[in-house]
Design a protein around this ligand. Structure first.
Ligand code: AMP
Length: 402
């Protein structure tokens, strides 16, 4: 079975085509700057990049271009569109409606539209991607996989905020959590690498990228996670503040005469490592280089605060699970920064965690990076959200064929 996985963002559309007989990625790519000047397709095949500058007015055109390249004589991997058996879509917000992947029918489309209010930036482009794909590939099953789904097992004590309960009842204000597909994949892979059933393990997964979150995965179920009602809560991120005293919001609004939109923009786009480093960069590679090589003090402080926040969450989640067996690092920074991993783990020696510096000196590869005698294991596990979406899509597509 061949499964096309689509991740539609506000101005981009990423794709991967899987051959599920061996779970191989046949090709992948991205259509960038949809609806903007300078739009283009970047298609990856056999480790080679093929770039095509082209006007792309909307998601439908973007998907048409993708389908053309998939069937192209030179750069394509399939003879015709008929070889695509199913399409898997990444959807950011499933609200309380979805706790797993689903076949997208009319009812599901309606539920997705109803959830727009919860994810105004993310769900509309996801919906546009689904609509375009259903139109261009009308005869195959379309499956939705939700970033929030894995965290639907959170107990009430973890997902309710201490504001009047009526706001949960009226507006569904609660912790949803995000990066669920990544936390699911990484926790399961961690158990496999350790050679133990996930049902016996307490795992803390640290998805540290441009957006970041930590999850407490107890016996295979997410019981707490650092992102909340929106992806703004929790860790210090590239440009997002993460946790702060909510009174700062109203204080700043009053002092600086800021509108709701302006304060939202400051907390989402001008804060985090970018804000702390005085606008030096939101990219942790730049922050690390400035801090460690150029001895830039502001960058070093930003890096210290960034790592410290991760360590505090890991400590909290060890308490939430009354213990921890393994801590796994993933995503851009988690997979590629030995410094941040070592710095975070240096706070966790009290748990019996010992890092092996030689083993930790790796990038982008699966590895156990703790010492043999470390009570708590530390690992690097590159995430693979697309594979989870492809597997779920295959499973659902097969079940409806029966
Ligand atoms: P993601 O959102 O998962 O793509 O992660 C992006 C983040 O990973 C950016 O802040 C990158 O700077 C960071 N990153 C990628 N490679 C490295 C590296 N070698 N060292 C530190 N950070 C890195």
């Amino acid at each position: 079975m061949k499964v096309l996985v689509i991740n539609a963002g506000s101005s981009s559309l990423k794709y991967q085509l899987f051959d599920m007989t061996n779970e191989n990625v046949l090709c992948s790519g991205i259509v960038e700057r949809i609806g903007l000047d300078g739009s283009r397709l970047v298609h990856k095949l056999n480790g080679q990049k093929h770039v095509k500058d082209q006007e792309v007015k909307d998601h439908r055109v973007a998907l048409k271009i993708v389908l053309e390249i998939l069937t192209d004589k030179t750069y394509g991997v399939i003879g015709s569109m008929k070889e695509i058996d199913a399409v898997g879509h990444r959807v950011v917000h499933g609200g309380e409606t979805f706790s797993g992947s689903v076949l997208i029918d009319e009812k599901v489309m309606k539920a997705l539209e109803d959830n727009i209010e919860l994810a105004p930036l993310h769900n509309p482009p996801n919906i546009m991607g689904i609509k375009a794909a259903k139109e261009l590939l009308p005869d195959v099953p379309h499956v939705g996989t939700f970033d929030t789904a894995f965290h639907q097992t959170l107990p009430k004590k973890a997902y309710l905020y201490a504001i009047p309960l009526r706001y949960y009842e009226k507006y569904k204000i609660r912790r949803y959590g995000f990066h669920g597909t990544s936390h699911f994949y990484v926790s399961h892979r961690t158990a496999e690498i350790l050679g133990r059933p996930i049902e016996e393990l307490k795992i803390i997964t640290c998805h540290i990228g441009n957006g970041s979150s930590v999850a407490a995965v107890k016996y295979g179920k997410s019981i707490d996670t650092s992102m909340g009602f929106t992806p703004l809560e929790g860790l210090v991120m590239g440009t997002r503040s993460g946790d702060l005293d909510p009174a700062i919001v109203t204080f700043l609004q009053e002092k600086e005469h800021l509108s709701y939109k302006e304060i939202n923009n400051i907390l989402n786009k001008e804060s985090g490592a970018y804000g702390l480093s005085n606008g030096l960069s939101s990219d942790m590679r730049d922050i690390e280089n400035a801090a460690l090589e150029d001895h830039n003090e502001v960058a070093k402080l930003a890096l210290d605060i960034y790592d410290y926040r991760i360590a505090k969450y890991v400590g909290a989640y060890a308490a939430a699970m009354n213990g921890v067996d393994a801590i796994a690092f993933t995503a851009g920074v988690g997979e590629n920064s030995p410094y941040t991993r070592a710095d975070v783990c240096s706070y966790l020696e009290f748990l019996g965690l010992k890092i092996d510096n030689a083993k930790n000196n790796i990038r982008g590869k699966e590895a156990i990076i703790s010492t043999e005698d470390s009570k708590v294991k530390a690992l690097v596990v590159p995430t693979n959200e697309e594979l989870v979406i492809a597997r779920d899509t295959q499973k659902i597509a097969k079940s409806i064929k029966k």
